[in-house]
Design a protein around this ligand. Sequence first.
Ligand SMILES: [Zn+2]
Ligand SMILES: [Zn+2]
Length: 362
Amino acid sequence: MFTLTTAVVLTVLPWYALNFAFSGAAWVWFAFCMVATGLSITGGYHRLWAHRAYQARLPLRLFYLLFGAMALQNSVLVWASMHRVHHRYVDDPERDPYSIRRGFWFAHLGWMLRDYPSARLDFSNARDLQDDPLVAFQHRHYLGLALGMNLGLPLLVGTLFGDPFGFLLLGGFLRLVINHHLTFFINSLAHTWGRRPYTADNTARDNDLVALFTYGEGYHNFHHQFQWDYRNGVRWWQIDPTKWWIAACAALGLAHGLKRVPEFKIQRAMLQRQFERARERLRACAPTGRFAVLHRLLEQELEAFSATVNEWTRLQGERFEAARRSLAGHWSHSELRRRLQTLERALHDQRRRLRLLHLQAA
Ligand SMILES: [Zn+2]
Ligand SMILES: [Zn+2]
Protein backbone atom coordinates (compact mmCIF):
# COMPACT_ATOMS: atom_id res chain seq x y z
CA MET A 1 0.00 0.00 0.00
CA PHE A 2 2.79 2.47 0.95
CA THR A 3 4.70 1.71 -2.26
CA LEU A 4 1.63 1.98 -4.47
CA THR A 5 0.33 5.26 -3.02
CA THR A 6 3.80 6.88 -3.04
CA ALA A 7 4.47 5.69 -6.61
CA VAL A 8 1.15 7.14 -7.85
CA VAL A 9 1.89 10.48 -6.17
CA LEU A 10 5.36 10.63 -7.73
CA THR A 11 4.37 9.57 -11.27
CA VAL A 12 0.65 9.67 -12.19
CA LEU A 13 -0.15 12.83 -10.21
CA PRO A 14 2.46 15.10 -11.91
CA TRP A 15 1.59 13.59 -15.30
CA TYR A 16 -2.12 14.33 -14.74
CA ALA A 17 -1.36 17.85 -13.48
CA LEU A 18 0.69 18.62 -16.60
CA ASN A 19 -1.82 17.22 -19.07
CA PHE A 20 -5.22 17.98 -17.54
CA ALA A 21 -4.78 20.32 -14.54
CA PHE A 22 -6.75 19.91 -11.32
CA SER A 23 -10.00 21.75 -10.76
CA GLY A 24 -10.38 24.16 -7.83
CA ALA A 25 -13.06 21.86 -6.43
CA ALA A 26 -10.55 18.98 -6.35
CA TRP A 27 -8.21 21.10 -4.20
CA VAL A 28 -11.07 21.96 -1.83
CA TRP A 29 -11.87 18.24 -1.58
CA PHE A 30 -8.19 17.55 -0.85
CA ALA A 31 -8.16 20.13 1.98
CA PHE A 32 -11.41 18.78 3.42
CA CYS A 33 -10.19 15.17 3.36
CA MET A 34 -6.85 16.17 4.94
CA VAL A 35 -8.56 17.82 7.90
CA ALA A 36 -11.37 15.25 8.24
CA THR A 37 -9.07 12.20 8.23
CA GLY A 38 -6.42 13.96 10.35
CA LEU A 39 -8.89 14.92 13.08
CA SER A 40 -10.56 11.51 12.96
CA ILE A 41 -7.23 9.92 13.86
CA THR A 42 -6.09 12.45 16.49
CA GLY A 43 -9.48 13.42 17.93
CA GLY A 44 -11.25 10.08 17.37
CA TYR A 45 -8.88 7.11 17.24
CA HIS A 46 -6.37 8.66 19.63
CA ARG A 47 -7.95 10.94 22.22
CA LEU A 48 -11.51 9.55 22.22
CA TRP A 49 -11.04 5.80 21.86
CA ALA A 50 -7.42 4.98 22.82
CA HIS A 51 -7.40 7.31 25.87
CA ARG A 52 -11.07 7.98 26.67
CA ALA A 53 -10.17 11.66 27.21
CA TYR A 54 -13.79 12.72 26.57
CA GLN A 55 -17.09 11.35 25.33
CA ALA A 56 -18.66 11.96 21.93
CA ARG A 57 -22.24 11.85 20.71
CA LEU A 58 -23.34 9.56 17.90
CA PRO A 59 -22.92 11.95 14.90
CA LEU A 60 -19.33 12.74 15.92
CA ARG A 61 -18.49 9.06 16.49
CA LEU A 62 -19.91 8.19 13.04
CA PHE A 63 -17.82 10.93 11.47
CA TYR A 64 -14.67 9.61 13.17
CA LEU A 65 -15.40 5.98 12.20
CA LEU A 66 -15.95 6.82 8.51
CA PHE A 67 -13.11 9.29 8.00
CA GLY A 68 -10.87 7.22 10.28
CA ALA A 69 -11.41 4.30 7.87
CA MET A 70 -10.52 6.70 5.05
CA ALA A 71 -7.17 7.41 6.75
CA LEU A 72 -6.08 3.78 6.13
CA GLN A 73 -4.51 3.24 9.53
CA ASN A 74 -6.49 0.12 10.38
CA SER A 75 -9.66 -0.11 12.50
CA VAL A 76 -10.16 1.81 15.76
CA LEU A 77 -9.89 -1.47 17.67
CA VAL A 78 -6.48 -2.40 16.23
CA TRP A 79 -5.13 1.16 16.37
CA ALA A 80 -6.24 1.94 19.92
CA SER A 81 -5.23 -1.42 21.34
CA MET A 82 -1.74 -1.10 19.90
CA HIS A 83 -1.47 2.51 21.04
CA ARG A 84 -2.34 1.51 24.60
CA VAL A 85 0.54 -1.00 24.43
CA HIS A 86 2.80 1.82 23.22
CA HIS A 87 1.93 3.91 26.28
CA ARG A 88 2.29 1.04 28.68
CA TYR A 89 5.69 -0.14 27.45
CA VAL A 90 6.98 3.07 25.86
CA ASP A 91 10.62 2.75 24.68
CA ASP A 92 10.81 -0.98 25.51
CA PRO A 93 12.41 -2.41 22.34
CA GLU A 94 10.70 -5.78 22.87
CA ARG A 95 7.20 -4.67 23.78
CA ASP A 96 6.58 -1.14 22.47
CA PRO A 97 5.19 -1.80 18.95
CA TYR A 98 6.87 1.31 17.55
CA SER A 99 9.77 1.76 19.95
CA ILE A 100 12.11 4.61 19.00
CA ARG A 101 14.93 2.57 20.58
CA ARG A 102 14.86 0.44 17.42
CA GLY A 103 15.58 3.47 15.26
CA PHE A 104 13.79 6.38 13.61
CA TRP A 105 12.71 4.44 10.52
CA PHE A 106 11.37 1.53 12.57
CA ALA A 107 9.25 3.88 14.74
CA HIS A 108 8.07 5.83 11.69
CA LEU A 109 7.05 3.08 9.29
CA GLY A 110 9.34 0.04 9.53
CA TRP A 111 7.31 -1.57 12.32
CA MET A 112 4.44 -2.13 9.84
CA LEU A 113 6.51 -3.72 7.11
CA ARG A 114 7.20 -7.06 8.78
CA ASP A 115 5.40 -9.34 11.17
CA TYR A 116 7.22 -8.26 14.35
CA PRO A 117 6.21 -9.99 17.61
CA SER A 118 6.01 -6.55 19.31
CA ALA A 119 3.12 -5.60 17.00
CA ARG A 120 1.14 -8.82 17.48
CA LEU A 121 -2.53 -8.09 18.13
CA ASP A 122 -3.95 -8.72 21.56
CA PHE A 123 -7.25 -7.06 22.36
CA SER A 124 -7.19 -7.93 26.06
CA ASN A 125 -6.42 -4.24 26.77
CA ALA A 126 -9.37 -3.05 24.69
CA ARG A 127 -12.40 -4.94 26.02
CA ASP A 128 -14.27 -1.64 26.33
CA LEU A 129 -13.83 -1.08 22.59
CA GLN A 130 -14.78 -4.66 21.68
CA ASP A 131 -18.02 -4.11 23.59
CA ASP A 132 -18.77 -0.91 21.65
CA PRO A 133 -21.14 -1.99 18.83
CA LEU A 134 -20.08 0.82 16.47
CA VAL A 135 -16.37 0.19 16.94
CA ALA A 136 -16.97 -3.54 16.48
CA PHE A 137 -18.95 -2.84 13.29
CA GLN A 138 -16.14 -0.72 11.85
CA HIS A 139 -13.63 -3.46 12.70
CA ARG A 140 -15.75 -6.17 11.02
CA HIS A 141 -16.39 -4.15 7.86
CA TYR A 142 -13.13 -2.25 7.77
CA LEU A 143 -12.07 -3.29 4.26
CA GLY A 144 -15.41 -2.34 2.68
CA LEU A 145 -15.53 0.99 4.55
CA ALA A 146 -11.91 1.82 3.66
CA LEU A 147 -12.44 1.05 -0.03
CA GLY A 148 -15.75 2.89 -0.15
CA MET A 149 -14.32 6.00 1.53
CA ASN A 150 -11.11 6.02 -0.53
CA LEU A 151 -12.36 5.03 -3.97
CA GLY A 152 -16.17 5.18 -3.99
CA LEU A 153 -16.68 8.54 -2.28
CA PRO A 154 -14.02 10.57 -4.18
CA LEU A 155 -15.20 9.14 -7.51
CA LEU A 156 -18.83 9.88 -6.65
CA VAL A 157 -18.23 13.45 -5.43
CA GLY A 158 -15.68 13.99 -8.22
CA THR A 159 -18.19 12.93 -10.87
CA LEU A 160 -20.68 15.45 -9.47
CA PHE A 161 -18.06 18.17 -9.95
CA GLY A 162 -16.90 16.80 -13.32
CA ASP A 163 -13.37 15.88 -12.16
CA PRO A 164 -13.46 12.30 -10.78
CA PHE A 165 -9.77 11.53 -11.39
CA GLY A 166 -8.63 14.87 -9.99
CA PHE A 167 -10.65 14.13 -6.84
CA LEU A 168 -9.21 10.63 -6.61
CA LEU A 169 -5.61 11.75 -7.10
CA LEU A 170 -5.68 14.74 -4.72
CA GLY A 171 -8.28 13.72 -2.13
CA GLY A 172 -7.25 10.06 -2.33
CA PHE A 173 -3.61 9.41 -3.12
CA LEU A 174 -1.89 12.71 -2.28
CA ARG A 175 -3.88 13.16 0.92
CA LEU A 176 -3.11 9.55 1.97
CA VAL A 177 0.65 9.87 1.51
CA ILE A 178 0.87 13.23 3.32
CA ASN A 179 -1.47 12.24 6.14
CA HIS A 180 0.27 8.89 6.67
CA HIS A 181 3.63 10.54 7.19
CA LEU A 182 2.23 13.32 9.37
CA THR A 183 0.70 10.73 11.69
CA PHE A 184 3.81 8.55 11.63
CA PHE A 185 5.88 11.58 12.71
CA ILE A 186 4.17 11.31 16.10
CA ASN A 187 5.89 7.97 16.66
CA SER A 188 9.23 8.97 15.15
CA LEU A 189 9.86 12.73 15.32
CA ALA A 190 7.83 13.36 18.50
CA HIS A 191 10.03 10.77 20.26
CA THR A 192 13.26 12.34 18.95
CA TRP A 193 13.18 16.11 18.59
CA GLY A 194 12.11 18.63 21.23
CA ARG A 195 12.10 19.41 24.93
CA ARG A 196 11.02 17.38 27.92
CA PRO A 197 9.32 19.74 30.39
CA TYR A 198 7.20 17.16 32.22
CA THR A 199 9.16 13.93 32.40
CA ALA A 200 12.53 12.50 31.40
CA ASP A 201 11.39 8.94 32.09
CA ASN A 202 10.68 8.36 28.38
CA THR A 203 11.75 9.68 24.98
CA ALA A 204 8.55 11.63 24.19
CA ARG A 205 9.13 15.31 23.33
CA ASP A 206 7.24 18.58 23.13
CA ASN A 207 7.82 20.44 19.88
CA ASP A 208 5.73 23.35 18.57
CA LEU A 209 6.75 22.78 14.96
CA VAL A 210 5.87 19.07 15.06
CA ALA A 211 2.56 20.05 16.72
CA LEU A 212 1.79 22.39 13.83
CA PHE A 213 1.97 19.50 11.35
CA THR A 214 0.37 16.80 13.51
CA TYR A 215 -2.90 18.51 14.52
CA GLY A 216 -1.43 19.26 17.96
CA GLU A 217 0.01 15.84 18.76
CA GLY A 218 3.54 17.27 18.87
CA TYR A 219 3.17 18.02 22.60
CA HIS A 220 4.01 14.42 23.15
CA ASN A 221 5.99 14.76 26.39
CA PHE A 222 2.90 16.20 28.12
CA HIS A 223 0.78 13.53 26.49
CA HIS A 224 2.89 10.61 27.73
CA GLN A 225 2.82 12.04 31.26
CA PHE A 226 -0.91 12.88 31.31
CA GLN A 227 -2.40 10.62 28.64
CA TRP A 228 -6.08 10.98 29.55
CA ASP A 229 -6.16 14.78 29.26
CA TYR A 230 -8.08 15.80 26.11
CA ARG A 231 -5.40 18.45 25.49
CA ASN A 232 -1.86 17.73 24.33
CA GLY A 233 -0.82 21.38 24.13
CA VAL A 234 -2.04 22.28 27.58
CA ARG A 235 -1.31 26.05 27.47
CA TRP A 236 -3.91 28.18 25.69
CA TRP A 237 -1.31 29.46 23.21
CA GLN A 238 0.07 26.04 22.25
CA ILE A 239 -0.85 24.94 18.73
CA ASP A 240 -3.24 22.06 19.29
CA PRO A 241 -6.02 22.09 16.64
CA THR A 242 -7.38 18.78 17.98
CA LYS A 243 -7.92 20.39 21.40
CA TRP A 244 -9.73 23.33 19.77
CA TRP A 245 -11.80 20.96 17.65
CA ILE A 246 -12.87 18.92 20.72
CA ALA A 247 -13.69 22.11 22.65
CA ALA A 248 -15.73 23.38 19.68
CA CYS A 249 -17.58 20.04 19.49
CA ALA A 250 -18.32 20.32 23.21
CA ALA A 251 -19.68 23.86 22.71
CA LEU A 252 -21.98 22.48 19.97
CA GLY A 253 -23.15 19.67 22.25
CA LEU A 254 -21.38 16.94 20.25
CA ALA A 255 -18.86 16.12 22.97
CA HIS A 256 -18.91 16.13 26.76
CA GLY A 257 -17.00 14.97 29.82
CA LEU A 258 -13.71 16.55 28.67
CA LYS A 259 -10.99 15.46 31.09
CA ARG A 260 -8.35 17.85 32.39
CA VAL A 261 -5.39 17.11 34.66
CA PRO A 262 -5.45 19.40 37.75
CA GLU A 263 -3.17 22.40 37.22
CA PHE A 264 -1.31 21.56 40.43
CA LYS A 265 -0.16 18.20 39.02
CA ILE A 266 1.09 19.88 35.85
CA GLN A 267 3.04 22.47 37.85
CA ARG A 268 4.40 19.72 40.12
CA ALA A 269 5.70 17.72 37.16
CA MET A 270 7.38 20.78 35.65
CA LEU A 271 8.98 21.70 38.98
CA GLN A 272 10.30 18.19 39.44
CA ARG A 273 12.00 18.47 36.04
CA GLN A 274 13.42 21.87 37.00
CA PHE A 275 14.85 20.41 40.21
CA GLU A 276 16.43 17.57 38.23
CA ARG A 277 18.06 20.02 35.85
CA ALA A 278 19.24 22.39 38.60
CA ARG A 279 20.73 19.51 40.55
CA GLU A 280 22.53 18.30 37.43
CA ARG A 281 23.97 21.72 36.80
CA LEU A 282 25.11 22.23 40.40
CA ARG A 283 26.59 18.75 40.63
CA ALA A 284 29.29 19.83 38.23
CA CYS A 285 30.42 22.71 40.51
CA ALA A 286 32.29 22.39 43.81
CA PRO A 287 30.04 23.60 46.70
CA THR A 288 32.21 26.62 47.57
CA GLY A 289 31.66 30.39 47.39
CA ARG A 290 28.73 31.42 45.20
CA PHE A 291 27.86 27.80 44.46
CA ALA A 292 27.62 26.96 48.16
CA VAL A 293 24.88 29.60 48.45
CA LEU A 294 23.10 28.17 45.40
CA HIS A 295 23.33 24.65 46.84
CA ARG A 296 21.73 25.88 50.07
CA LEU A 297 19.06 27.75 48.14
CA LEU A 298 18.22 24.64 46.16
CA GLU A 299 17.88 22.61 49.36
CA GLN A 300 15.52 25.24 50.78
CA GLU A 301 13.46 25.24 47.58
CA LEU A 302 13.24 21.45 47.71
CA GLU A 303 11.99 21.59 51.30
CA ALA A 304 9.40 24.21 50.39
CA PHE A 305 8.35 22.06 47.41
CA SER A 306 7.80 18.91 49.41
CA ALA A 307 5.92 20.90 52.08
CA THR A 308 3.60 22.34 49.40
CA VAL A 309 3.04 18.91 47.83
CA ASN A 310 2.29 17.35 51.23
CA GLU A 311 -0.15 20.12 52.08
CA TRP A 312 -1.86 19.67 48.71
CA THR A 313 -2.17 15.90 49.20
CA ARG A 314 -3.63 16.49 52.67
CA LEU A 315 -6.15 19.03 51.36
CA GLN A 316 -7.14 16.70 48.50
CA GLY A 317 -7.85 14.06 51.14
CA GLU A 318 -10.09 16.54 52.96
CA ARG A 319 -11.79 17.42 49.71
CA PHE A 320 -12.61 13.79 48.89
CA GLU A 321 -13.83 13.27 52.42
CA ALA A 322 -16.13 16.29 52.03
CA ALA A 323 -17.37 14.92 48.70
CA ARG A 324 -17.95 11.50 50.27
CA ARG A 325 -20.09 13.12 52.90
CA SER A 326 -21.92 14.77 49.99
CA LEU A 327 -20.72 18.24 50.84
CA ALA A 328 -19.70 18.81 47.25
CA GLY A 329 -21.76 21.97 46.91
CA HIS A 330 -20.31 23.30 50.09
CA TRP A 331 -16.81 22.35 48.96
CA SER A 332 -16.84 24.40 45.78
CA HIS A 333 -17.25 27.64 47.75
CA SER A 334 -15.29 26.64 50.77
CA GLU A 335 -12.07 27.64 52.37
CA LEU A 336 -10.50 24.40 51.08
CA ARG A 337 -10.76 25.47 47.48
CA ARG A 338 -9.11 28.78 48.23
CA ARG A 339 -6.27 27.02 50.04
CA LEU A 340 -5.71 24.63 47.12
CA GLN A 341 -5.51 27.56 44.74
CA THR A 342 -2.97 29.24 47.02
CA LEU A 343 -0.84 26.11 46.79
CA GLU A 344 -1.12 26.13 42.99
CA ARG A 345 0.16 29.69 43.01
CA ALA A 346 2.97 28.72 45.39
CA LEU A 347 4.24 26.16 42.87
CA HIS A 348 3.94 28.69 40.10
CA ASP A 349 6.07 31.21 42.05
CA GLN A 350 8.56 28.53 42.94
CA ARG A 351 9.03 27.67 39.27
CA ARG A 352 9.99 31.28 38.63
CA ARG A 353 12.50 31.26 41.52
CA LEU A 354 14.01 28.02 40.28
CA ARG A 355 14.44 29.40 36.78
CA LEU A 356 16.37 32.28 38.33
CA LEU A 357 18.49 29.92 40.38
CA HIS A 358 19.21 27.88 37.25
CA LEU A 359 20.40 31.04 35.47
CA GLN A 360 22.62 32.01 38.39
CA ALA A 361 24.27 28.58 38.30
CA ALA A 362 25.20 29.03 34.65
ZN1 LIG B 1 4.42 8.11 21.95
ZN1 LIG C 1 -1.50 8.46 23.16
